[in-house]
Design a protein around this ligand. Structure first.
Ligand code: ATP
Ligand code: MG
Ligand code: MG
Length: 542
């Protein structure tokens, strides 16, 4: 598409490019929409053109103001700004209606009284031509009168439609007298109760493009077969400009679903906590999970655009955010599964502070203060009573380094009556700060937090929402059968004290654990809630 546009500009066939992003406000935007946004806004940006935001709002029954608001917020969060005011296809309802009347006058549209089922049956199949409706040859005056009365609400829903009069034998079924208007006695979020008929996608989209002076109408491949119809309308009507439609493949990601209808089902059935649940592949869900706008743009760059159907490995998404956070997220220590360690050769009032870098390679991130006290927390997983050979963490009689601190040795394991380990007694080797101990190698480094100064944090460990890489592979099967029961595990961790004062959406690497983001909704009134964005590596990846 880039090359095509470059050619057009170089040869003078195009002077400026105008694209549009045309969501239907019937749900939140998902990662597939991020691709479309990146394509449309990105091309306009690259060629010094404009991109419009136009809500494709012709189906009032499924649309809501809340979706309109969320979509705008998501686009802006991604770092794009549309040109001019927000537009709505419904802004053009008067013009579209006048054009429908124009087609009727030209003998190119008619009111049909067949039922929806009959229309489908008369339309024929790929191998069998369609048959004309008995209403196809109604006179112009009768058609104009019926159309006007449809508009005014004189007829019941489903009793009549307006159809283009093209060719019932056309090999392309989309040209077999497609529907232009349906009767819907519905309240519309923009036009209120003004209309009792609503235009079809096909009759709306190209003409809206033409009204706005869109030069490149970029859409997904399912509209390829609609292109002749798109062009037919533009050829029949006195439109102010001639946009061109170009298709590209939808982008899907494995281990998730990218269809608003299915995502809405997850929300409606309370499988997830709303459209922006951090497990959702929605832009707002990815945001809450800890994805950055830059990482989503990078993901779009990496995966590109093609005409071949593509399912992108979710590991690519993980890679995009991980490499961003690797460079840009400050480091912190947080123990997710705390085990108490008493450092027996420190006094009860020992309060030493290590000043350590916020990020190993980013001096601009400054330093943080890590207090060391007699009692600290380490992760239970970093201790084994009977370790296998290659276990370099803590074990009875063995040494390990506290990250950014001293080497300690485990002298005693303290157990409760139930046989569970309550605490470890360890001793500090003071001669090991920033240097190796005399005469022995200590390979392991573990993270830790002062028990006195650490702050409790709720940590939400998110994983893929589905266990199957293609949960909706089988059209009829229920994709909900493939839900991952462990897609959210909540634990209480203890974080280093620097995390007590973070802002919502602050992102960190919890050293040795993964990347985490302070939840934008739950971090309130001193409560600290972190969402796991992604692990340090994909443990399950092939
Ligand atoms: P859904 O099935 O999720 O509702 P849609 O295509 O009906 O998708 P729209 O709101 O009409 O959703 O989409 C707005 C724009 O985003 C359209 O141009 C559409 O082609 C594009 N788009 C939607 N899904 C994808 C995807 N998975 N990959 C690329 N572009 C997409
Ligand atoms: Mg659509
Ligand atoms: Mg849709």
């Amino acid at each position: 598409m880039r090359n095509q546009i470059r050619d057009e500009i170089e040869s003078g066939r195009a002077t400026t490019i105008v694209t549009r992003f045309p969501p239907e406000p019937n749900g939140f935007l998902h990662i597939g929409h991020a691709k479309s946004i990146w394509v449309n806004f990105g091309l306009a940006e690259q060629f010094g053109g404009r991109c419009h935001l136009r809500f494709d709002d012709t189906n009032p029954a499924k649309e809501e103001q809340a979706y309109i608001d969320a979509i705008q917020e998501d686009i802006r969060w991604l770092g794009y700004e549309w040109s001019g005011a927000v537009r709505f296809a419904s802004d053009y309802f008067d013009q579209l209606y006048a054009w429908a009347q124009h087609l009727v006058r030209e003998g190119k549209a008619y009111v049909d009284d067949l039922s929806p089922d009959e229309i489908r049956e008369y339309r024929g199949t790929l191998t069998e031509p369609g048959r004309p409706s008995p209403y196809r040859d109604r006179g112009v005056e009768e058609n104009l009168d019926l159309l006007e009365r449809m508009r005014l609400g004189e007829f019941a829903e489903g009793s009549k439609v307006l159809r283009a009069r093209i060719d019932m034998a056309a090999p392309n079924i989309n040209l077999r007298d497609p529907i232009l208007y349906r009767i819907r006695h519905a309240h519309h979020h923009q036009t209120g109760d003004a209309w009792k008929i609503y235009p079809s996608y096909d009759f709306t989209h190209g003409q809206s493009d033409a009204i706005e002076g869109i030069t490149h109408s970029l859409c997904t491949l399912e509209f390829e077969d609609h292109r002749p119809l798109y062009e037919w309308f533009l050829a029949q009507l006195p439109v102010p400009s001639k946009p061109r439609q170009t298709e590209f493949a939808r982008m899907n990601v494995n281990y998730t679903v990218t269809s608003k209808r299915k995502l809405k089902l997850l929300v409606d059935q309370d499988v997830v906590d709303g459209w922006d649940d951090p497990r959702m592949p929605t832009i707002s869900g990815l945001r809450r999970r800890g994805y950055t706008p830059a990482s989503l743009r990078k993901f779009c760059d990496m995966t590109g655009v093609s005409r071949a159907a593509n399912v992108v490995d979710i590991a690519m998404l993980h890679f995009a955010i991980r490499s961003d956070l690797e460079d840009n997220a400050p480091r912190a220590m947080c123990v997710l599964n705390p085990l108490k360690v008493v450092l027996t050769n420190l006094t009860a009032d020992h309060d030493e502070v290590f000043e350590v870098p916020g990020h190993p390679a980013r001096e601009d991130m400054g330093t943080r203060r890590l207090p060391l006290t007699r009692e600290i927390w380490i992760d239970r997983e970093d201790f084994m009573e009977e370790p296998p050979k290659k276990f370099f963490r803590l074990a009875p009689g063995k040494e390990v380094r506290l990250r950014n601190g001293y080497v300690i040795r485990c002298d005693e394991v303290i157990k409760g009556d139930d046989g569970e380990i309550d605490a470890l007694h360890c001793s500090v080797d003071f001669d090991t700060l920033g240097k190796n101990p005399e005469g022995r190698k200590v390979k392991g480094v573990i993270h830790w937090v002062s028990a006195e100064h650490g702050v409790p944090v709720e940590v939400r460990l998110y994983d893929n929402l589905f266990l199957d890489e293609a949960p909706d592979r089988d059209k009829d099967a229920d994709f909900l059968d493939h839900l991952n029961p462990d897609s959210l595990v909540t634990v209480t961790g203890i974080a280093e004290p620097a995390l007590a004062n973070i802002e919502p959406e602050a992102r960190y690497q919890f050293e040795r654990v993964g990347y985490f983001c302070a939840d934008r909704h739950a971090c309130r009134d001193g409560k600290l809630v972190f969402n796991r964005t992604v692990g340090l590596k994909d443990s399950w990846a092939k």
